[in-house]
Every structure is written in structure tokens, then in C-alpha cells.
Design a protein around this ligand. Structure first.
Ligand code: ADP
Length: 479
């Protein structure tokens, strides 16, 4: 690609130079010729109209040696007529026959051709005209006197113009040669400047095709190439980011599938083991049999819980499952509190509520929000030992209402804090299992709160307790 583009550039430059120089040559040579022609006829017209030279010639025409005298007069005015250069000659001709009487010699064996201008002068008129295409320029002026009729004839063979043109042409040729060399050099340089970023882009694109997005093209200019390089780099970064997100999402999906399989396999294994034991041991004591059956029932319940939690999540993931309406968050907090209080107290823990009167309503799915509150309160209860305390408080902050559920329980290690909202994440697996947890509760809570445009946060200190805060936009605000 590079090679062919470079060749094209060089070719275009050469073509341009050749065209330009051809045009210049044509105009210059034609200009020189026309200038020379115009100059000749202007000079002749000036010289032969009412000048001293003409009166002198007329006087001479009255003398017996008229032709010789006229020759002398013309020689005297040679400078003015431009006949001292060798390429321009003059003749004194007989005014009736056109034959030479004096002036320049005619080479032996040749005759002076009767040109249209001589013809006109023979008829008695001045003649200073000619075409630019001819091989010569001439002017003929008839002079009459007592000694007869004469014609002063001046003829130029155009050699000066031709020589000048040839010299010009040679100079132009030299300039063309130089121009061509310069054009090749410039176009090679230009092609390098233009093509090296393109080359860079090609290499970067090739690297990208192989999955390497780190290659960036240096942006060296502010022109179109610079813009293209910058756009290319932006595109590469965006692609890289998208690919990274996709990879991460794919990893999450894999982890999730692995987790689900694992979570279901554990209870299934227990169920199978206990069921087998019961089936294979007919003389199993009734007490043991009953205990085993209870385990089987418990594990089945766990599996049902996991499956229903997963269904919940998948419904939320697919954007379904929420039923929005305006409702009082204050009432919801109180309802959940009332529902859980007897259970908490039965476990030997205390639970208190600090209600902020006149809390604004929120817009959302009431049942789902209550599910979240219940989940957090249940966790607070589960992870707080006997004698511990749970405190529920709420309030308004800007365009949001917040509900905080704090406990004096086991707390969550700092390293685990960022993960408690991850699916299947449990700080203490055995403890969570024991209390019937699935590790999905908080991830479902987070999903629900975020779908409401709110946030859920946690602070905790190991051994001292945890506090979960849910913050939700007040109904009618655009938060
Ligand atoms: P689980 O069903 O195991 O309770 P969650 O998603 O509700 O799952 O909670 C995730 C993990 O976060 C729990 O296993 C527990 O380790 C930790 N956790 C949640 N709430 C509390 C709390 N109030 N105090 C201490 N640890 C908690």
C-alpha cells in the first residue's frame, strides 16, 4: 500500500511540474516572439512617419545619385532602425520594378523576393505589417522625388527572436530537470510524513486484531492526520474498555454459575447421603432416623430458598418484578419493626426504633422495600449474639430519606466489607449456613435499592457491630 501511494504521489508531482513547465514554455516563447514582432513594426511605423529621416530621404530622391544618398541616410539612422545587429538588413529598391539599387548585398544566385509589403509599396503605400507565423518581418516605405520612385525596404530574418527563444527553452529545460529532481525529493518526503502515521495505524490495527490494545499512535500534528490518529486512539481505548467490561461480565457469569452449582450440590449431597443411610439401614434407631429426616427437610428448604432467591435476582436482572407506587416509608419501617420485634426479643436481644416524624413519602415497590428492610434487620439479628442490641433510625438528607439499621453484633472484617453485597458472598460460611443464609440476601437488597435510584452502604467494626444504611429518593424529586 505504502509503495503504491508513494509512487502515485511522485507521479502526480512529476506530472504537475511537466504540465506547469510546458505551459510556461509555450507562453514565454510566444511572448518573446510577439514582443519582438510588435517592437519591429512599431519602430518602423515611428521611423517612417513624418520624421527628419523621411524628409532627408525625400530630399535625396530629388538628386541624381538618389539611391546612394538614401543608403547613406539609412546608415546614419541605423541605430534608430535597429539595422546594426546583422539580422536586420535594408535595401533601396526601384519604386517601379522592385529591383535592388543600393543597400545590403544579395547573395549571388538569389533574388530579393517580392513580398506583400514590397507589392504594397510598389503601389505607392507604406507597408508595415506581417503575420507572427512567417519566417521574416519586413517594412517597405515608398519615397518619390525628381529622380524617380524608390522604396526603402527593411527586412529582419527573426534570428534574434529565434535565438532568444532557444536560449529560453534551454533555461526552462534546465529548470524542469531541477524541478523534477526537487519534486521527487519533496514527494518522497511528503509521502513519508503522510504515510508514517498511516503505517503506524496499520500496525496498531494489526496488533489490535491480535488482542493488543496497548499500542497507541503518537499524535504529532494538529492537521487531519493528527485528528485521525487521535480518533483512532480514542476508538482503541473505547474498544479496550468494552472488551474489558465484556471479559469481566463473562467472568462474573462463570463465577455465578460455579457458585450456583456449588451451593446446590452441597445440600443435594447431604440429602442423598442421609436418604441412602436410611434406605440401606433397616434397623436404624427411630431417633436417628427422625434426625436424618429433619436434616433432609432442612436441606430441601435451603435449596428451595436458594432457588427462589435466584429467581428473584433473575427477575430483577431482566428489569421486571417491580411495582412502583407512592407510599410512606415511615409506616413500612414501623411495620417491619413490629413484625420482627417478637422474634428478636425471644432471642434475648433488644430492638429499638427512633422514628423521625413527618418523613416524606417515597415512590417505589412497597413490598420490595419492606423485603430489603426485613433482610437487613434479620441479618442484624442473626449476626448479633444474645444480649446485643439493634437500633433502627431514619431521617431526611437533601432529596433523600435514609433508614439506618445498626447492631452490636460480630461485625464484618474490613477486607470483607466491599464484598458483602456480592452474590453468594459470606464472611463466615458455616455461620451463614447454620442460620439458613444463602449469601444472596444483600445482593438482592442492593439490586432492589439501586433499581429505585437509591444506595445501600455499610460500616462495621469487628466485634463491635455493623450499620447498614439505605438511602432512597423522596417521591416527586428527580434524584
Ligand atoms: P446471608 O444469607 O449469608 O446472610 P447476605 O447476603 O444477607 O447473606 O449477607 C452476606 C454476608 O454479610 C453474610 O454472610 C454475613 O457474613 C455478612 N453480614 C450481613 N449482615 C451482617 C451483620 N449485620 N453483621 C455481620 N455480618 C453481616
Amino acid at each position: 500500500m505504502t509503495r503504491s501511494l508513494r509512487a502515485k504521489l511522485v507521479f502526480i508531482m512529476l506530472l504537475l511540474i511537466v504540465i506547469l513547465m510546458t505551459v510556461v514554455t509555450v507562453f514565454l516563447t510566444r511572448g518573446v516572439r510577439d514582443f519582438y514582432l510588435d517592437e519591429f513594426y512599431r519602430r518602423m511605423t515611428d521611423a517612417f512617419t513624418g520624421t527628419e529621416m523621411v524628409s532627408a530621404l525625400r530630399d535625396a530622391a530629388n538628386e541624381p545619385d538618389a539611391a546612394e544618398m538614401m543608403e547613406k541616410i539609412i546608415v546614419a539612422y541605423a541605430g534608430q532602425l535597429g539595422i546594426d545587429s546583422g539580422t536586420r538588413k535594408f535595401y533601396i529598391l526601384d519604386g517601379k520594378t522592385g529591383s535592388r539599387l543600393a543597400g545590403a548585398e544579395i547573395p549571388r544566385g538569389e533574388t530579393l523576393a517580392v513580398t506583400p509589403n514590397i507589392e504594397t509599396a510598389l503601389g505607392g503605400d507604406d507597408a508595415y505589417s506581417g503575420s507572427s507565423g512567417g519566417e521574416y518581418m519586413d517594412a517597405a516605405a515608398p519615397i518619390s522625388g525628381d529622380a524617380g520612385r524608390f522604396i526603402v525596404y527593411i527586412r529582419d530574418n527573426r534570428e534574434t527572436a529565434t535565438t532568444l527563444s532557444a536560449q529560453l527553452f534551454r533555461m526552462i529545460l534546465e529548470a524542469v530537470a531541477f524541478g523534477l529532481a526537487a519534486a521527487v525529493a519533496i514527494s518522497l518526503l511528503l509521502s513519508r510524513t503522510l504515510l508514517s502515521p498511516v503505517q503506524g495505524m496499520t500496525e496498531a490495527a494489526e496488533a489490535m486484531a491480535e488482542g493488543d490494545f496497548s499500542r497507541k499512535i503518537p499524535v504529532e500534528s494538529e492537521d487531519e492526520i493528527g485528528t485521525l490518529s487521535r480518533t483512532f486512539n480514542t476508538m482503541a481505548s473505547q474498544l479496550e474498555a468494552t472488551l474489558f467490561e465484556l471479559t469481566q461480565a463473562e467472568q462474573l457469569r462463570r463465577d455465578f454459575v460455579a457458585n450456583v452449582s456449588h451451593e446446590l450440590r452441597t445440600p443435594l449431597t447431604s440429602v442423598r447421603t442421609y436418604a441412602e443411610t436410611i434406605a440401606d439401614t433397616p434397623d436404624l434407631p427411630d431417633e436417628t432416623r427422625e434426625e436424618f429426616l429433619r436434616v433432609i427437610l432442612n436441606e430441601s428448604d435451603r435449596m428451595t430458598k436458594i432457588v427462589s432467591d435466584l429467581l428473584d435476582l433473575s427477575r430483577l436482572d431482566s428489569g421486571k418484578g417491580l411495582d412502583f407506587d407512592v407510599f410512606s416509608i415511615e409506616k413500612s419501617v414501623r411495620d417491619v419493626y413490629d413484625a420482627i420485634r417478637p422474634i428478636v426479643e425471644k432471642r434475648g436481644q433488644s430492638i429499638d426504633i427512633e422514628l423521625h416524624w413527618g418523613m416524606p413519602d417515597i415512590r417505589g415497590d412497597k413490598a420490595r422495600i419492606e423485603q430489603v428492610l426485613m433482610n437487613i434487620m434479620t441479618n442484624a439479628m442473626k449476626y448479633t449474639p444474645e444480649g446485643g442490641a439493634i437500633l433502627i433510625s431514619c431521617g431526611v438528607a437533601g432529596k433523600n430519606v435514609w433508614v439506618k439499621i445498626a447492631d452490636t453484633g460480630v461485625g464484618i472484617p474490613e477486607d470483607d466489607l466491599p464484598h458483602v453485597f456480592d452474590r453468594f458472598y459470606r464472611v463466615d460460611k458455616a455461620r451463614s449456613r447454620e442460620s439458613g443464609g444463602t449469601g444472596l440476601g444483600l445482593s438482592i437488597a442492593k439490586e432492589i435499592i439501586e433499581r429505585h435510584g437509591g444506595i445501600i452502604t455499610v460500616t462495621s467494626e469487628i466485634g463491635r457491630g455493623s450499620a447498614f444504611t439505605v438511602s432512597l429518593p423522596i417521591a416527586g424529586t428527580d434524584a
